[in-house]
Design a protein around this ligand. Structure first.
Ligand SMILES: O=C(CO)COP(=O)(O)O
Length: 252
């Protein structure tokens, strides 16, 4: 069975003291909780201090992106070794905000994903369509292409270390969630794509998170869906009480 993964993507929020305060509150609330995997992805500037706070708890640490090269002249960027040296075990890759504002493409998603895997980090590869693409009925094709291109060339063994996050762009930060059924349909489409390109074993083991305005009052219904294996949470991950409630989802 797939173990649920509930992740907080703090995006460009929280100064270092604020990040420490939030991490401390979460350690107190859910630090020893084991019913699902819990992941915090603070900004780079607080990876060290959040890592220090969660050490000894069950909470894991992840980054919001990384470069694919090992080191060098890439001003503003960080590489896998740097993240690992701070205790990161996950990295978000291909978030729609990276795609929209920072030139991320399926090709760079693929490079980052390969580099993460080569360095023992679990990539959470983000995919999702724009509203116009859904309205014109192209959403499944768009997401299938993102999955196939983003994960191109990965072996079955590598695929077993990957998670995918389906985040419809129109649902991010808007308060509009995809209906649980629409999200589950897309997750099923992603899973069947993975089965076709790789195999059933890989597809059945794959954790597919939903992201886009996940809140304490949406999570229970979402997690009750057969193909939704977790959540990538933005806004509602910025307060300890709401994120802790999401972590403690009650799926039926
Ligand atoms: O982009 C997201 C998580 O990566 C979702 O953000 P919101 O939960 O704020 O909609």
């Amino acid at each position: 069975m797939r173990k649920a993964l509930i992740a907080g993507n703090w995006k460009m929020n929280k100064t270092d003291p604020e990040a420490i305060e939030l991490a401390r509150a979460l350690v107190a609330e859910v630090g020893q909780y084991e019913a699902c995997d819990i992941l915090l992805c603070p900004p780079f500037t607080s990876l060290k201090s959040v890592g220090d706070v969660i050490r000894g708890s069950k909470i894991k640490l992840g980054a919001q992106t990384m470069h694919w090269e090992k080191s060098g002249a890439f001003t503003g960027m960080v590489c896998a070794d740097m993240l690992k040296s701070l205790g990161c075990t996950y990295v978000i890759i291909g978030h729609s905000e990276q795609r929209q504002f920072f030139g991320e493409t399926d090709e760079t998603v693929n490079k980052r994903t390969r580099a993460a895997l080569a360095n023992g980090l679990t990539p959470i590869v983000c995919v999702g369509e724009f509203l116009e693409q859904r309205e014109s009925g192209k959403h499944e094709q768009i997401v299938r292409d993102q999955v196939i291109q983003g994960l191109k060339g990965l072996t079955s063994d590598e695929m077993k270390q990957v998670a995918i996050a389906y985040e419809p762009v129109w649902a991010i930060g808007t308060g509009k969630t995809a209906s649980s059924q629409d999200a589950d349909d897309m997750h099923a489409c992603i899973r069947s794509t993975i089965e076709k390109v790789w195999n059933r074993d890989v597809a059945q083991g794959l954790v597919i998170q939903y992201g886009g305005s996940v809140k304490p009052d949406t999570i229970d219904e979402q997690m009750a869906m057969p193909n939704i294996d977790g959540a990538l949470v933005g806004g509602a991950a910025l307060q300890a009480d709401s994120f802790a409630r999401i972590v403690r989802f009650q799926a039926g």
